[in-house]
Design a protein around this ligand. Structure first.
Ligand SMILES: Cc1cc2nc3c(=O)[nH]c(=O)nc-3n(C[C@H](O)[C@H](O)[C@H](O)COP(=O)(O)O)c2cc1C
Length: 267
């Protein structure tokens, strides 16, 4: 996969293409859509976002319309403008292993429209953690590989087995890339309120850097780095430890134009 510039909009943070109103598409290498699951999901009750200087905690909970409605939208040409402007990555997940297969099966006829499929194995806001069962995960990776011909990316997190061990399995199953890392489970105390969610932003960067470094040592996978990339210097550090591309999420909320600044440095 050739991304020019090597900069990706992180899944979930740019919705279903809305940020193209704020960012010139020539600065975006690929736009990852919000994760789509087999069934529609209403997501978690509020509060869903806590923002501080060093981190954001979100508990959106994979709110999405579900794969059938998404396909209906695709067929009704809702995303035609988006496809014309940028390369698009389809992100998907399930609430159990079988649902990943079902989404892949439904989406297989449409795979040519996307530059890659990203399989989200690491959302901290749902009850299922595929990274905690390596045997089942391996079976799923092989099955998904058989059913899809597209460039396949596994989005991994650090909660489960060591990320480099999982990445090696991803590579051995014939997948093409990994996105490292997702948000991590965290908790924010605000007076009497306890807010649980996934943490992103600057505090994630050292953890994500280590993940990219370890996975680069162990595999030849295409690595999209994700976690706390807020400016050009952060991006540079990720390229230094082995990323092929970087993805930007939380920084979009501070300043969508940051993508353009990073892109100018790396295109
Ligand atoms: C509000 C919000 C929603 C997110 N939704 C998703 C999602 O649907 N699927 C996914 O794979 N990652 C999701 N993520 C994780 C991001 O794609 C990204 O991996 C993470 O935020 C770390 O990068 P950052 O520090 O640049 O934000 C979400 C993150 C945020 C902040």
């Amino acid at each position: 996969m050739e991304l020019r510039p090597p900069i990706v909009i992180a899944s979930g943070t740019g919705g279903m293409g809305e940020y193209l109103k704020l960012i010139d598409p020539k600065h975006i290498g690929a736009y990852t859509l919000k994760t789509i699951t087999f069934n529609p999901r209403r997501g978690n009750p509020p509060p869903r976002l806590i923002a501080t200087q060093n981190y954001l905690i979100n508990s959106i909970g994979l709110e999405n319309v579900g794969v059938e409605k998404f396909i209906e939208e695709l067929e009704n040409r809702v995303y035609d403008e988006l496809f014309k402007k940028v390369k698009v990555i389809f992100s998907f997940a399930g609430e159990n292993f079988e649902e990943y297969l079902l989404v892949a099966q439904k989406m297989a006829p449409y795979q040519d429209r996307f530059v890659a499929f990203e399989c989200n194995f690491s959302c901290p806001n749902v009850h299922f953690n595929p990274l905690s069962n390596v045997v089942e995960l391996e079976r799923m990776l092989s099955e998904l590989r058989k059913r899809l011909n597209v460039f396949l990316i596994a989005k991994l997190g650090v909660e489960g087995a060591f990320i480099e061990e999982i990445a090696k399995i991803v590579e051995d199953c014939g997948w093409n890339g990994v996105t490292l890392i997702n948000t991590i489970r965290a908790l924010h105390v605000d007076g009497d309120r306890i807010i649980k969610g996934g943490i992103s932003g600057p505090v994630l960067k050292p953890i994500a850097l280590r993940a990219v470094y370890e996975v680069r040592k162990k595999t030849n996978l295409y690595i999209i780095a994700s976690g706390g990339i807020m400016n050009e210097q952060d991006a540079e550090q990720f390229f230094k430890v082995g990323a092929n591309a970087i993805s930007v999420g939380t920084a979009l909320y501070k300043d969508p134009k940051m993508i353009e600044k990073i892109a100018q440095k790396f295109s």
